[in-house]
Design a protein around this ligand. Structure first.
Ligand SMILES: O=C(CO)COP(=O)(O)O
Length: 252
């Protein structure tokens, strides 16, 4: 059975003290909750990973990275490799967030390299994809997502998918307060599962968790999570408050 996952992408927010406090706050609010088959994940910035890992000890909260460089090592000032993440005890990394694509020019080809590097280093990847507003308006959202998946993900082998989580994040719904309707999310998630089945077979398609991200809040989480192919969420703004994030976890 595939896992339910609620993941908080903190983006460039929270200093060390705030990161520790937020992890403690979330832990307090979810203590006593039954989290059967559910993973709770937070993604602090690189500089706060060590402190966050320490704060998450003896809690159900997993700490993951927001990005990594595809190269093994070398002259890439300011970058962080898979090996460095592993050295800290990080097991999972987000790859292909739309802000990385649009603000830092990460192309499908670069993201294919990043995915390969993550998997070859034994890291689990949360691979993000999604269409822009123009593509949605032209009714090209399925085509666009299909192409992002083919260009970056489909070089992987079926067995690599035990270390892949997918996250559909329509760009027009990120940080805008606008969410995909539960029906729009379900349409895309079912499409992705179908594409996965065609390429890799039923076992991969049935066992890969597909998260929805884009203005998930305590007041809309339950309805979105109720959809058959939505296995959880990747949360931005609402993951920065222990109370809101915990309410979203409880909605899964
Ligand atoms: O980008 C997101 C998660 O990665 C979603 O952000 P918001 O929840 O702030 O829309």
């Amino acid at each position: 059975m595939r896992k339910k996952i609620v993941a908080g992408n903190w983006k460039m927010n929270n200093n060390e003290t705030e990161s520790i406090q937020l992890i403690q706050g979330i832990n307090e609010q979810i203590t006593g909750e039954s989290l059967d088959n559910t993973r709770v994940i937070v993604a602090p910035s690189f500089v706060n990973l060590s402190a966050s890992l320490k704060a998450s000890e003896n809690t159900p909260i997993e700490v993951v990275a927001q990005n990594m460089h595809e190269a093994k090592s070398g002259a890439y000032t300011g970058e962080v490799s898979a090996d460095m993440l592993k050295g800290l005890g990080i097991k999972t990394v987000i790859i292909g967030h739309s802000e990385r694509r649009s603000l830092f020019n990460e192309t499908d080809e670069i993201l294919a390299e990043k995915l390969k590097a993550a998997i070859n280093n034994g890291l689990e990847a949360i691979f993000c994809f999604g269409e822009k507003l123009e593509e949605r308006k032209l009714d090209n959202h399925l085509l666009e997502v299909g192409s992002q998946l083919r260009n970056s993900l489909f070089q992987l082998k079926a067995e690599d998918f035990k270390n892949i989580i997918l996250a559909y994040e329509p760009v027009w719904a990120i940080g805008t307060g606008e969410t995909a309707s539960p029906e729009q999310a379900q349409e895309m998630h079912a499409f992705v599962r179908n594409v996965l089945e065609k390429r890799y077979g039923k076992e991969v398609s049935e066992n890969t968790s597909i998260l929805y991200g884009g203005s998930v809040k305590p007041n809309n989480a339950e309805e979105i999570f109720s959809k058959k192919d939505v296995d959880g969420g990747l949360i931005g703004g609402a993951s920065l408050k222990a109370e809101d994030f915990s309410a979203i976890i409880k909605a899964i």
